[in-house]
Design a protein around this ligand. Structure first.
Ligand code: TXA
Ligand code: MG
Length: 331
C-alpha cells in the first residue's frame, strides 16, 4: 500500500494518471470525495468490484455506489432518466447526492448485489473528478473502511482500516463534509429517502415533491438501503447516547465502566456535567459537527475507550444525518 499526497485543488496530472491506470487494470485505489474517502474500483469489471467486497469484508448483499463524471455518464448506466433525476442532478451535482435508478445490463450484478437498480453519484471533490475524467470509466466506491466500521475522513483512517488491502491511497487531507451522501430512491413514487446526508429532505422536496421515509421492515424496525440493517458506522467502543434530562443513565454507564477498569470517552457539543476520561467537544452546528464526528470517534477508539457516551443531538431535521449515524453506531 502506498499513500501519495495530492493537492486538493490542483491534483498533479502524473499522480492522477498513475491512479487511473491502476483502476483500469482492476486494482483498488482509495480517493477523497467531499463526503468521506472512497475505495474505488472499475465499476464495469466484476473482478475489480469483487476485490472491494473482499478488502472491506463487506457482505455481498450490500450494493455499492457508482461514481460518475456527470449526468451523461450516469445515463449510460441507467435505463431511465426521469424528470426528477434531471432536476436533482441539475441542482445538486456535482455533490453529495446519490440517485437510485433502474440499471442497464452493463452494470454487473456484483455492483448492485443483484438488484435491478443502481446507485449513482457525481462527486464534487476535485481529486475524485480528475480521477473519473482521466480513467474515463465509472468507479464503484463505498466508504474506504472495513465493513460496519467508522467511515474515513482522512487518508490515515483509510490506511489504519484497510492497510495493504488497498493498492494506492490518494491523500488530499481531511474531507470537507465528513458524512456520507444523501441517498434517494427514484425507482419509487414518491421518491424514498434511503439515507440522510448533507442534502436535506426539505431541499429534495422543494424540487421533486414529497420524499417518503423508508417503509418499515416486517420486524417493525425502520428499513433503509439493503446494507443499512446491520450495526454500522461503529467504533470498536460501545456507543451510548445520553441525554442531559437523564443524568443518572450517564452516571451509571460511567460507574459500570469504572468498575470494569475501562476508559470512558464522551462526545459533546455543549457544556455538560459528564466526567469522562477523554472528552471531545464538537462544534454546536450540524455541519461542523458532521465534519468532525468520524475523526472524533476514531480518536476515542485510539485512546482506548471501551465506552463512548454521546450527548443526545437536537431533534430538528438539520441534525438528521449525524443523528442517523450515531443511532446506527449505538445499536
Ligand atoms: O458519500 C458517499 O456516498 C460515500 C463516498 C465514498 O461517495 N460512499 C458511500 O458508499 O457511502 P457505501 O457503499 O458505504 O454506501 C452505499 C449506500 C448503502 O447504504 C447501500 O445500501 C446504498 O448506498 N445503495 C447502493 N446501491 C443501492 C441500490 N441499488 N438500492 C438501494 N440502496 C443502494
Ligand atoms: Mg460505508
Amino acid at each position: 500500500m502506498r499513500i501519495v499526497p495530492v493537492d486538493r485543488d490542483r491534483p498533479a496530472a502524473n499522480i492522477i494518471s498513475t491512479a487511473a491506470e491502476l483502476l483500469k487494470r482492476g486494482r483498488l485505489v482509495a480517493f477523497p470525495t467531499e463526503t468521506v474517502y472512497g475505495l474505488g474500483a472499475h465499476a464495469l469489471d466484476p473482478d475489480a468490484v469483487g476485490r472491494i467486497f473482499a478488502a472491506k469484508g463487506r457482505p455481498s448483499f450490500n450494493p455499492l455506489i457508482v461514481h460518475v463524471s456527470g449526468p451523461d455518464a450516469a445515463r449510460a448506466l441507467a435505463t431511465e432518466w426521469p424528470e426528477r433525476a434531471k432536476r436533482l442532478a441539475e441542482a445538486f451535482w456535482p455533490g453529495p447526492l446519490t440517485l437510485v435508478l433502474p440499471k442497464r445490463d452493463v452494470v454487473p450484478d456484483v455492483v448492485t448485489a443483484g438488484l435491478t437498480s443502481v446507485a449513482l453519484r457525481m462527486p464534487s471533490h476535485p481529486v475524485a473528478l480528475a480521477l473519473l475524467r482521466a480513467a474515463k470509466i465509472p468507479l464503484a466506491a463505498p466508504s474506504a473502511n472495513r465493513s460496519t466500521a467508522i467511515s474515513p475522513t482522512t487518508a490515515e483512517h483509510v490506511a489504519k482500516s484497510l492497510g495493504d488491502r488497498v493498492d494506492l491511497i490518494l491523500d488530499a487531507g481531511p474531507t470537507h463534509l465528513g458524512i456520507e451522501s444523501t441517498v434517494v430512491d427514484l425507482t419509487a413514487d414518491p421518491a424514498v429517502l434511503l439515507r440522510p446526508g448533507a442534502i436535506s429532505r426539505e431541499r429534495l422536496t422543494a424540487l421533486i415533491g414529497p420524499v417518503a421515509e423508508p417503509a418499515p421492515a416486517s420486524d417493525g424496525a425502520p428499513r433503509a438501503s439493503p446494507g443499512m440493517m446491520q450495526r454500522h458506522y461503529a467504533p470498536r467502543a460501545r456507543v451510548q447516547i445520553v441525554s442531559e434530562a437523564d443524568a443518572e443513565q450517564a452516571l451509571s454507564a460511567i460507574a459500570e465502566a469504572r468498575a470494569r477498569r475501562q476508559r470512558v470517552g464522551a462526545l459533546v457539543y455543549e457544556p455538560t456535567t459528564l466526567e469522562a476520561d477523554h472528552t471531545i467537544s464538537l462544534p454546536a452546528d450540524p455541519e461542523g459537527y458532521a465534519r468532525e464526528l468520524y475523526a472524533a470517534l476514531h480518536a476515542l477508539d485510539d485512546a482506548g475507550c471501551a465506552v463512548i457516551l454521546v450527548q443526545r443531538l437536537p431533534d430538528d431535521s438539520a441534525w438528521d444525518a449525524p443523528r442517523d449515524r450515531l443511532a446506527r453506531a449505538a445499536r
